[in-house]
Design a protein around this ligand. Sequence first.
Ligand code: ACO
Length: 401
Amino acid sequence: AIDIRTLSKNTGHFTFDPGYTSTCSTESQITFIDGGKGQLLYRGYPIEQLAEQSTFLEVAYLLINGNLPSEGEFKTFNNTITNHTMLHDKVESFFHGFRRDSHPMAMLTGTVGGLSGFYHDDQHTTEDEARNIAIHRLIAKIPTLAARCYKYRIGQPHMYPDNSLSYAGNFLRMCFAVPAEPYVLNPVIEKAMDKIFILHADHEQNASTSTVRLAGSSGANPYACIAAGIACLWGPSHGGANEAALNMLREIGTVDRIPEYIARAKDKSDPFRLMGFGHRVYKATDPRATVMRKTTHEVLGELGINNPVLEVAMELEKIATNEDYFVKRGLYPNVDFYSGIVLSALGFPTDMFTVLFALARTTGWISQWNEMLEDPSQRIGRPRQLYTGATERDYVPMANR
Ligand code: ACO
C-alpha cells in the first residue's frame, strides 16, 4: 500500500508553520507594525497621532481609501455613512429569536451574518460600486447593531440612530439614552470612545482579519465574511482578552495579591496567564496600550471615579515589566490590559467589550477584504497540512470490529 503520509509530504513543497508565526499570507498597504519598536501605523500615520488628532470616521476613510480625506471628501463620506445607519425592520425579528441572556457576541455574529439575506446585490461581487455599498453599509450599521445587542440584553427599547452626532456620539446615545428622555453627551467621554474605536480599527493580519480574508477569498458575501471575523475575534486569546483581563484584575482585587498571580503566570504547570499581557507581534510596548492607559486616566478623572482595579493594573504592570520572566519573553501590557477598565467606567458591562472591539475592527476587516478583492493576483486561500493520521487501510464491517 502507498503510505499516504509520504504522499502528502511529496505533493509539492510547503512550510509547516503552526500558528503561522512566520508565514506571510499577503501583501498589504493598510497597516504597518514594527513589533520590536512598538510602532503601529495606519497607511503610514502613527496611531498616537490619529488617536489624538483624528476622528474614527476620518480614520475609516483613510483605511479604506489610503489617504486622509479633504474636507469635501469627508463630508460626502460622512453623508454616505449616515445614510445607511438604519436597520431593516425585519432585523429586529432576529434579535427576538435570541434569549435575553445570550452573549451579545452571539447576537452580533448572527445578525451581521443575517444582513447577507437583505443585500443580495452585494453577493459574490467584484464590482467596485457594489463593493463600496457593502463597505458603507457595514461601517454604518455595525454601531446600530452593537447598540441593539446591548439594549436587547438589558430589556430596553432600542434607540434609532441620530445622524447629527459623531460616529462615537451616536453609538453612546444609542446605548445609554432612553426614549423620551434627554441625553447629554459628555465631550470627554465621546472623545474617549472615539479614541478606543481608532485604536482598534485595524491591526494587519491578526486571526480575525485573516479569517475575513480567507472567507472572502472564496467570493463569499461581505456580511458573511465579517460575521466570520466577529466569531474569530470572540476567543479569549484575541478580542475576548479585554473581558478576561478585567475579570482577572477584579479577581486579584488588591495589590498585595499581585505576587501570587505573577507566580502563577510564571509556573509552567499552571495554565494561568496574565490576561492583557503579551502579543504575537509586539515584543516591546503595544503603542495602543500606552494611549489606552492615558485614556483610562482621563475618563476616570472626568467621571470622578477612584477605581481600585486601576491601582491593581498599574502595580501589576510595574511589577511584571520588571520581572525577568516577562522581560525575556517580551511580554508587556497589550491594548486589552487597560481597555476593560475604561469601558466599564463608560458604563459597558464586560460582555459588551468584545462587541465594541468588533464594531471598530469592522472597518479594518472590510478594508482588508476590499484590498484583497482589488488585487488581480488574488486566489482562494488554501493552507496545506502535514498529514499524520492512519495509513491506507481497508474498511471493516461493523460486525467484524
Ligand atoms: N502570561 C504568562 N506567560 C505568557 C503570557 C502571559 N500572558 N503570554 C505568553 N506567555 C509565555 C508563554 O507561556 C511562552 O513561554 P515559554 O516560551 O516558556 O513556553 C512564551 O510566553 C510565548 O508565548 P506564546 O503563547 O508562544 O506566544 P504567542 O505569540 O503564541 O501568544 C498571546 C500571544 C496569545 C497574545 C499570548 O501572549 C497570551 O495568551 N496572552 C494573554 C491573552 C491576551 O492578552 N490576548 C490579547 C492579545 S492582543 C489582541 O488580540 C488585541
